[in-house]
Design a protein. Structure first.
Length: 485
């Protein structure tokens, strides 16, 4: 393919009804590199007028897009998948510049995000229905599935390509039009993905994108428009609750992937080396800035000392630096406020009796760096045990009985993911059933996969993304009664 994404000539305008355009106010906002603090771009700062134009464009395009064939939609997604992979280096460089993750990890996210495009290109042609009859035999029952309609998509900053693809791909596959608000901190990767989808042949008006420094000024008009029929949001539980209140006004379908407080449980019979490897993956992916990150480490008392020592050694060996530099393992946190939060949580834990085995302080010089940190003897009343850390801090506490640790692990309003390490199959299945979460990693620190249904319970959200049921979130069922005679 001849298309090539040029990171030096990125689109930074709004994308509405198939055209790039400045904000109605002509205002822009800055995007900075968290490794250096330098401004790398100025992006159009959309507002209510732009939001109105975007949702109206999505409304106009809905009927025509819904009438497109599954194969047409599949082919667009497949071409977008191929273009993402062909532009992997450029996309990774953009991502590293605006959100800090090391280049190798950014390339991993590109591959991960691309797979959502391929997965849903295959699901687009497999949307089915049902046909049966009433119990009295007088009517046939025809069940069909139709696109839910225009969708509001709101994504976070921590996985700017994967989260966009995870929402856009099933909406495209189902035949829904969209209005999309990328995160203010990382809009550039999202805009590059939009350019790729445009090149792949997505028709005008199907995907409309408004970047903004004021999320409420854009999202609230979408939610109250009466045009949008669904909202899909990934972010904090607090914001998710506000969107659910707004969705109630027009009885909108809602998918919410919200906060987490993941327990990481190491039972007495666990393979210690495997548990440490899993802990490193579950904690340090994306510098710990992930909703799936292990937040609370519960290790059986017989293994707690050895586990902490081995994990501390592995964490201390990680190289912290600018993600664009070769050999970097851990990049910066996303912002000064994120850095301050992590520093405050560690200080609170130490003040309440936790001990620092490694790390425990912010980096020197520019950028928002925090050392990979291992804390032991962390009391349950430490703030970080009930708060999503979103940083490279492993908080370890010990336990004695299995019933005790299940109770402590479930003692949280959140229920996204839990991790369990054991060599006993019966224990593995018992813990999987007992943990109040939507996903469980058994002897693995990585659960995210486009082929799997991603999502949580309790205050961690509603609905699922990915897997066979991911497209169902964007479809409505219609029943048609047909008399036999």
């Amino acid at each position: 393919m001849s298309f090539s994404l040029d990171p030096t000539a990125l689109r930074t305008d709004l994308f509405i009804d198939g055209a790039w355009r400045p904000a109605a106010s002509s205002q822009t906002f800055e995007v900075e590199n968290p490794a250096t603090g330098e401004v790398i771009a100025r992006v159009a700062d959309g507002g209510p007028d732009d939001a109105r134009l975007a949702i109206e464009a999505a409304g106009r395009a809905q009927a025509g897009w819904a009438a497109s064939t599954p194969r047409q939609r599949a082919d667009i997604l497949r071409k977008a998948y191929e273009l993402v992979l062909e532009n992997s280096d450029a996309l990774a460089a953009i991502m590293t510049a605006e959100m800090g993750k090391p280049l190798a990890e950014a390339k991993g996210e590109v591959a991960y995000g691309a797979e959502f495009l391929r997965w849903f290109s295959e699901e687009a042609v497999r949307v089915g229905g049902d046909h049966t009859s009433t119990v009295d035999g007088n009517n046939r029952i025809l069940i069909t599935k139709e696109p839910v309609g225009p969708c509001v998509l709101v994504t976070p900053w921590n996985f700017p390509l994967a989260m966009g693809a995870r929402k856009i791909a099933p909406a495209v596959a189902a035949g829904c039009t969209m209005v999309f608000k990328p995160a203010e901190l990382t809009p550039l990767t999202s805009l590059a993905l939009v350019e790729i989808l445009r090149e792949a042949g997505l028709p005008d008006g199907v995907l409309n994108v408004v970047t903004t420094s004021s999320a409420a000024s854009v999202v609230e008009p979408w939610m109250s428009s009466g045009i949008a029929r669904k909202v899909s949001f990934t972010g904090s539980t607090a914001v998710g609750k506000l969107l659910l209140e707004q969705a109630a006004g027009n009885v909108m379908r809602s998918s919410m992937e919200l906060g987490g407080n993941a327990p990481f449980i190491v039972l007495a019979d666990a393979d210690l080396e495997r548990a440490v490897d899993g802990a490193l993956k579950a904690k340090m992916r994306n510098m710990g800035e992930a909703c799936t990150a292990a937040n609370r480490f519960f290790v059986h008392r017989n293994l707690a000392g050895d586990f902490a020592e081995k994990l501390s050694k592995r964490m201390s060996e990680l190289r912290v630096g600018n993600g664009a530099q070769d050999g970097t393992d851990v990049g910066p946190l996303i912002s000064l406020s994120g850095l301050d939060k992590v520093e405050s949580l560690v200080a609170d834990a130490v003040q309440k009796g936790a001990r620092v085995l490694t790390g425990g302080r912010r980096g020197d010089g520019p950028g928002y760096f925090y050392e990979p940190t291992v804390l032991v003897d962390v009391p349950d009343d430490a703030e970080l045990m009930s708060t999503e850390i979103f940083g490279p801090v492993a908080a370890i506490t010990s336990f004695d009985s299995e019933d005790e640790v299940i109770c402590r692990a479930n003692d949280t309003p959140w229920g996204l993911v839990g991790y369990v390490f054991t060599q006993d199959v019966d224990k593995a299945m018992r813990f999987s059933a007992a943990l109040e979460v939507g996903m469980v990693g058994l002897n693995t620190g990585l659960v995210s996969n486009p082929a799997a249904p991603f999502g949580g319970i309790k205050q961690s959200g509603l609905g699922r993304e990915g897997g066979k049921i991911g497209i169902e979130e964007f479809l409505e069922y219609k029943y048609t009664a047909i008399p036999v005679h």
